[in-house]
Design a protein around this ligand. Structure first.
Ligand SMILES: Cc1cc2nc3c(=O)[nH]c(=O)nc-3n(C[C@H](O)[C@H](O)[C@H](O)COP(=O)(O)O)c2cc1C
Length: 195
């Protein structure tokens, strides 16, 4: 059965990108549920290359905010939780776990081709970031995704010892709706073609 029109509205139409949050708590159980929904989205070979670092403590938040552009710093410090989304650069080493049937053929192929491994890992992790934002919204929370920052420095400071690469920072919490109007979206006729 198709999800209801109101479910579609709540997931896709109503939520805005938010910068400011109430101080209502985001629990560890909610973070677990966000991940448990995110993980079900499709990825190449079922590779699941997304890795998440939840930033909660004031100390870690200050260190993260220091790498963001000026306009992103205050919101990063004030958000209840901030997620550093990265991808596992060695994702293919777990082929035997995430796709045992394809592992014998595919793992050596990616081991011998770092460029292909990076491209495939980044693509599926980026898709998972979309599932992540939708999962946040499905729990009634709001997300503020940001690339305005020094992602290379964030990778070095927070992820390098795990061989992950940061690509998106997402503030999470119960959002306060932005006061400015939403920018328009392209219409179907503008950006799609049937051939
Ligand atoms: C990949 C990505 C990077 C973004 N980077 C920033 C950012 O650095 N700072 C910021 O304030 N908003 C950032 N945004 C938020 C977008 O501007 C926002 O999602 C878009 O304008 C749609 O806004 P709406 O959901 O209110 O319609 C980013 C969003 C995405 C998906």
């Amino acid at each position: 059965m198709a999800p209801s029109a109101s479910a579609r509205e709540e997931l896709f139409i109503t939520p805005r990108t938010v910068s400011h949050f109430t101080n209502q708590e985001v629990t560890d159980e909610m973070l677990r549920e966000i991940y448990n929904l995110t993980k079900m989205g499709p990825t190449a070979f079922n590779s699941q290359p997304l890795r998440i670092t939840w930033v909660r403590s004031a100390e870690a938040r200050q260190r993260l905010a220091a790498h963001m552009v000026d306009s992103n710093q205050a919101k990063t410090i004030a958000a209840p939780v901030t997620a550093i989304l990265g991808f596992d650069r060695s994702w293919f080493q777990r082929f035997g776990e995430f796709n045992p049937r394809s592992a014998p053929n595919m793992q050596p192929m990616f081991e011998g081709n770092p460029e292909a491994a990076e491209g495939a890992g980044a693509l599926s992790a980026h898709l998972q970031a979309g599932y992540f934002i939708t999962a946040v919204r499905a729990l009634g929370l709001d997300a503020g995704p940001m690339t305005g920052g020094d992602l290379a420095a964030i990778t070095t400071e927070f992820l390098a010892d795990k061989n992950q690469q940061a690509f998106l920072i997402v503030n999470l919490g119960y959002g306060i709706e932005p006061s400015y109007p939403r920018n328009s979206r392209f219409e179907f006729e503008d950006v799609t073609e049937t051939i």
